[in-house]
Design a protein around this ligand. Sequence first.
Ligand code: HEC
Length: 149
Amino acid sequence: MIRGVVVAGVLLIGAGAVMAQQDVAVKQDNLMRAQAKQLYNVILKTAKGEIPYDQKSIDAALAQLEQDVSTIPTVFATNPKEDVVNATYGSSQKIWKNKADFDSRVPPVKKAIADVKGKVKDVASLKLAYESINSKCTDCHETYRLKLK
Ligand code: HEC
């Protein structure tokens, strides 16, 4: 009886740890998806003419993106040691071996956003803004993001 309780306890702790790691991985993935929402669903689609140019939504997307990007170093503070279930992309273990270098990929994205904020006025300037921001996202992805499928 006592043994049964102990085994159940260990199983529960094990399940809790797995869930905590999934929570961390999901939180990290959600941050990236939120950034993608602003950069791809609003900025890129407008730049491509798929949705009409709307100054307010562009300004809001840039402001939100700037805020989200600043949180990358803290949201990626912990190594979840596992990927989000069924995810297309995962985090390379290199992140936690070179956390300072990983974090150093964030300020260039923030700078690219700050440089264009208030200057994007039309589709042409938006296209340039997209290219410059996206190239900085890619600088981190090339080293630290893994394609899982
Ligand atoms: C400092 C590094 C870093 C920067 C900067 C960065 N990312 Fe990521 N990104 C990652 C890592 C690591 C992953 C894989 C793990 C994950 O999905 O959480 C990822 C995954 C993604 C994914 C895939 C999500 C999925 O699972 O479908 C998207 C989309 C994405 N990032 C968008 C962006 C955008 C847009 C920017 C720029 C505004 C950006 N990222 C900047 C590190 C970064």
